[in-house]
Design a protein. Sequence first.
Length: 286
Amino acid sequence: MVIKMKKENLDLLNTKDLTSLFLQEEERTIKSLKKQKLNITKAVNSIIKNLSRGGRVIYIGAGTSGRLGILDAVECKPTFSTNSFLPIIAGGNNAIFKAKEGAEDDKSLAIKDLKKIKLGKHDILVGLSASGETPYTVAAIKHAKKQKITTISITSNPKSTLSKIANYKISPEINHEIISGSSRLRSGTAQKIILNMLSSISMIKSGKVFNNLMIDVQPTNKKLIKRAIGIISNICKVPLNKAKNLFKKSKKNTKAAIVMHFKHCSLNTANELLKKVNFNLRKIIR
């Protein structure tokens, strides 16, 4: 059932209709995102190129947008064994758990935060802002452009300042939220999906994934150790007990264990082979 939203009587709907309404609105978010496929592709290709040159991807934003950047960036290290994704939120670490609304208006703070991380010429700054007008984020993108740093904007407003000034813009048009002004809803969903694609696709194309397996996963707990052994078993087509033995011999290095199996070599030789191909397993295992 399609529900016609009337913001003046939202609180009068029953929970079943509200659930349907929320799902219906998120479907609209996906439709808006599909129109951004080309823009997302261009942004990802730029990220891949810059990462290959030693650059970093820096997410910057305030409030919900900043927190979504943190969420994506912090997951990249355990998933892909990379330090290439760095999040910055207006107001610093304290703003992660407690809203610091005034921080988003501080333009000078944005420049200070960027100076702390010492932007490099191959870095990419991704500005996140639902409105595309957040002073902190706009100031950050302007500063990066002056330094000739590649910039990407993620907004819900194609006509916003952020969309106009960034080198690459991703702007699914979201004209309203179910709860008026609550950009953590549709806009938040759109930002999270876009960030998923920027990080995941760039990592896939950087050799961090083999087939659909996380071959660079950091085995830091029982669950991830089990996953790593399963990956070795899957790729090498060996029983789990043999995969476990390879995992131990490789000193918990999943990629090296796989190379050791296919090349019948020692851990040192496996590491040397991986280093020669910039740790891209696909170039060793065809």
